[in-house]
Design a protein around this ligand. Structure first.
Ligand SMILES: Nc1ncnc2c1ncn2[C@@H]1O[C@H](COP(=O)(O)OP(=O)(O)OP(=O)(O)O)[C@@H](O)[C@H]1O
Ligand SMILES: [Mg+2]
Length: 274
């Protein structure tokens, strides 16, 4: 799917997030569940993949890509599903689940099933974005809260995936250490901050992320990288990545925070190019 259309959907997603205003649901819909290290997101789209509802909660139930607090994760998923049910006057009974590359998909599957839902399909997170954007040649780099995930496509097939434990948490920790403030305060400063004052402090973390990308992509001739994940919201991150890896075209979607959740929910609206 063209980036322009995905960007339109991301704009809609941004308006919809945690909006409880009731709307009539179409006859058929799809549900995706993203169990991230920072956010858990339940997304409902229509049959074409247009977002209808999205509920998101900051969660400390996943660390380094792995669910550490099952009960906490299940409670949040149940709550978000209930909100989606109420907004759309539907009863969600199944969902598309996701997992970070290299981790055991049964972990996410267990959380979703124990939330009372059937797992219709399960896909790794960056590969869901490859699929939504129908990338034939290139890669997706998803820099989330706890991890950086990668998926490489060649001739329309996914040929490599990986996940490394470096993400936005490390950016926040670096700010907290530098300014001698709490994690929560540092998180606020980061999200509202401008690149000018913070960049000198956190640039080394972005360079480390570039090292991860370089290391994993070194044996592939990748010319285009699409970014996803909340950490890519930080103004100026793309400049650092471009400086570090200049021979690649970096593409930043309108709202990278919502791209992976949208892609997971859209799984069944897109063709398997592989
Ligand atoms: N405006 C912003 N500027 C900088 N960072 C941001 C911004 N908004 C969100 N973030 C960061 O994005 C991260 C969350 O992104 P995302 O929701 O993609 O992660 P996740 O999917 O929960 O984690 P993972 O994919 O690593 O499991 C957090 O570290 C958060 O601080
Ligand atoms: Mg994520």
């Amino acid at each position: 799917m063209k980036l322009e259309l995905v960007n339109k959907r991301l704009q809609k997603f941004e308006r919809l997030v945690n909006d409880t205003t009731p709307v009539a649901a179409p006859e058929n819909w799809h549900v995706g569940i993203d169990l991230g290290t920072a956010n858990i997101v339940v997304t409902v789209t229509d049959e074409q993949g247009e977002p209808l509802a999205a509920f998101m909660e900051w969660a400390e139930v996943v660390r380094d890509g792995v669910v550490i607090d099952y009960i906490g994760a299940i409670d949040i998923v149940k709550k978000l599903v209930k909100q989606a049910n109420e907004k759309l006057q539907i009863e969600i009974t199944s969902a598309i689940a996701s997992f970070p590359p290299g981790t055991d998909p049964r972990i996410s599957r267990n959380v979703v099933e124990n939330s009372g839902l059937k797992v219709e399909a399960i896909i790794d997170e960056p590969s869901s974005v490859v699929r939504l954007l129908q990338i034939d040649e290139g890669a997706v780099v998803d820099i989330g809260g706890g991890t950086t995930g990668l998926s490489v496509a060649r001739e329309g097939k996914i040929i490599y995936t990986a996940d490394e434990p470096t993400g936005g948490h490390h950016v926040t920790l670096t700010i907290a250490g530098n300014r001698r403030i709490s994690f929560e305060e540092a998180e606020k400063i980061k999200r509202n901050g401008s690149a000018g004052t913070l960049m000198p402090v956190i640039e080394p973390v972005f360079r480390k992320m570039a090292d991860i990308v370089r290391l994993h992509l070194k044996s592939f001739d990748v010319k285009t990288i699409y970014l996803s994940g909340g950490t890519c919201c930080f103004p100026g991150i793309v400049n650092v990545l471009e400086q570090e890896i200049p021979d690649v075209r970096w593409i930043l979607p309108h709202q990278p925070l919502f791209l992976t959740p949208l892609a997971i929910a859209s799984y069944r609206t897109t063709q398997d190019s592989g």
